[in-house]
Design a protein around this ligand. Structure first.
Ligand SMILES: [Zn+2]
Length: 380
C-alpha cells in the first residue's frame, strides 16, 4: 500500500465546498470531544470507543435533526463518520501512550477531512477528473496516469491549495519491462544529484537558495508586525496573519519544487533500471558537517531513498544498498587503485594507471560492479 497525492483545480464554489466539509469534520471532532470531556474522560479511561459510538448515535438520531443543525444535511454524511473515527483514533493513541490527550481543533489549524466509501472500493478513472464519493467530481491539476482502486480519500489544504490523497494496493499493478536489465550504479552527490553508471545524470533544481533570499526579504519587511504570543495573550495582527500566509506559501513552493523533482527522478529510474545499486549513505553524519548540511537537507536524499524503496513494488525493480564504507569515490574503476579524493576534486585521475574519468561517473561505475557480498536489499 502506498499513497498518491494530487492537487485539485478548484473554482471558488468548490473551494467553499471543501472548506465547509473541513469545517464540518472539525465541528464533529470538537462536538464529540466536548461530550467526552463532560463524561470526565480523564478519570475513566476505559471504553472510550464505545462512548464515542454512543455519542455518534445521539448525534445521528437526535442532534442532527434539530433545526439549527440543518446545515449538516447539505454536507456529506461520510465526513461525520470519519470525524468520529478520528476522535476514536486520537483517544486510543492517548491510551496507548503514543500521544497527548485529544485537544480541540482550532479554526486556524490545517483544514482537512476524510471520506471512506462504505460500499467498498471504487475505481478511479485515468485522466484529469476525480470522483470523490458523496462529495462530487472535481478537476485535477495533473491527470492520473492510470486507473486506481481505492476506498479512502483524504482532502487537505496547504498554503491555499487543496489536495486529495488516496491509498492504493501496489500488488494490483502489473510489473513492467525495464529498459536496462543489468545492475546500474547510482552515485548521489551535492554537485550533481544523481549520476548513473550508464552515463545519465539528474541535476536537482536549487529552489532553497533562491527562496532563502526571498524568505529573508519577506521576514525583514515584516519585522515590525505584532506577531502574537500565546503565553502573553497577545493576538497576531491581521497584517501579521497575512504575512504568515505568504510565508507558508513560499515554504510550500520550495517543498513542491523538490518533491516534484524527486518524484520524477525516482519514477524514471524505477521504470528504466531493473536493478539499482545505491550507497547506504550516512545522511545524518553528512548533515553534521556544517558546510554540507544545508545543501544535503535541501536535496532530500532520505526522501529519494524512501521513494525508490516503495516504488520497487510498483515497478517491479530491485534496489540494493552498498555497504556504507565501500570507497566508491576513491577507487579507480580501471585498475582498482585506491587514492584520496577530496570533495573539490571533480575528475578522477588515477596515479597508477593514468585513467581519467568524471568523479561521479567513476563512483557510479564502482557501485555498479560491487561484489554481491557487499550488497543488501533496500526494504520498502
Ligand atoms: Zn587506475
Amino acid at each position: 500500500m502506498y499513497a498518491i497525492k494530487v492537487e485539485f483545480k478548484l473554482n471558488n464554489k468548490e473551494r467553499t465546498k471543501m472548506a465547509q466539509h473541513a469545517g464540518f469534520s472539525r465541528f464533529i471532532y470538537n462536538y464529540g470531544l466536548s461530550l467526552m470531556r463532560q463524561l470526565d474522560h480523564k478519570k475513566d479511561k476505559g471504553g472510550s470507543s464505545k462512548k464515542i459510538d454512543e455519542i455518534q448515535k445521539t448525534f445521528t438520531n437526535f442532534t442532527k435533526k434539530q433545526p439549527e443543525f440543518a446545515w449538516t444535511k447539505k454536507l456529506s454524511s461520510r465526513v461525520y463518520q470519519t470525524g468520529f473515527r478520528s476522535l476514536k483514533d486520537a483517544y486510543s493513541r492517548w491510551h496507548k501512550g503514543l500521544g497527548k490527550a485529544p485537544q480541540f481543533k482550532r479554526k486556524k489549524d490545517r483544514r482537512s477531512f476524510s471520506i471512506v466509501n462504505s460500499n467498498g472500493k471504487v475505481v478511479l478513472a485515468a485522466g484529469k477528473r476525480i470522483k470523490v464519493p458523496t462529495v462530487g467530481t472535481f478537476r485535477l491539476k495533473e491527470s492520473l496516469p492510470c486507473r486506481y482502486v481505492t476506498q479512502t480519500f483524504t482532502i487537505s489544504e496547504t498554503a491555499g491549495r487543496w489536495f486529495v490523497s488516496f491509498s492504493v494496493d501496489a500488488e494490483r499493478l502489473p510489473p513492467l519491462m525495464h529498459e536496462v536489465a543489468e545492475p546500474t550504479g547510482v552515485d548521489l552527490g551535492v554537485k550533481c544529484f544523481a549520476t548513473c553508471s550508464d552515463g545519465s545524470k539528474y541535476v536537482a533544481p536549487q529552489p532553497y537558495k533562491k527562496a532563502k533570499t526571498k524568505l529573508g526579504k519577506q521576514q525583514w519587511r515584516n519585522r515590525n508586525k505584532v506577531l502574537g504570543n500565546r503565553r502573553l495573550g497577545v493576538k497576531a495582527s491581521n497584517n501579521a496573519k497575512k504575512h504568515y500566509a505568504k510565508l507558508a506559501k513560499t515554504h510550500a513552493h520550495v517543498a513542491n519544487i523538490r518533491k516534484d523533482f524527486l518524484h520524477k527522478t525516482t519514477t524514471e529510474m524505477s521504470r528504466k533500471y531493473a536493478v539499482i545499486h545505491i550507497e547506504d549513505l550516512n545522511v545524518a553524519g553528512m548533515i553534521a558537517n556544517h558546510k554540507l548540511a544545508s545543501a544535503i537537507s535541501d536535496l532530500g536524499f532520505y526522501e529519494f531513498r524512501r521513494q525508490l524503496g516503495y516504488k520497487q513494488k510498483h515497478y517491479g525493480n530491485r534496489v540494493m544498498l552498498v555497504e556504507r564504507w565501500y570507497p566508491s569515490s576513491k577507487t579507480c574503476h580501471n585498475c582498482g587503485n585506491v587514492q584520496p579524493m577530496p570533495l573539490s576534486e571533480r575528475t578522477y585521475v588515477c596515479c597508477k594507471c593514468s585513467y581519467v574519468v568524471d568523479r561521479d561517473l567513476n563512483a557510479a561505475l564502482n557501485l555498479e560492479s560491487v561484489p554481491s557480498g557487499k550488497l543488501k536489499p533496500l526494504e520498502p
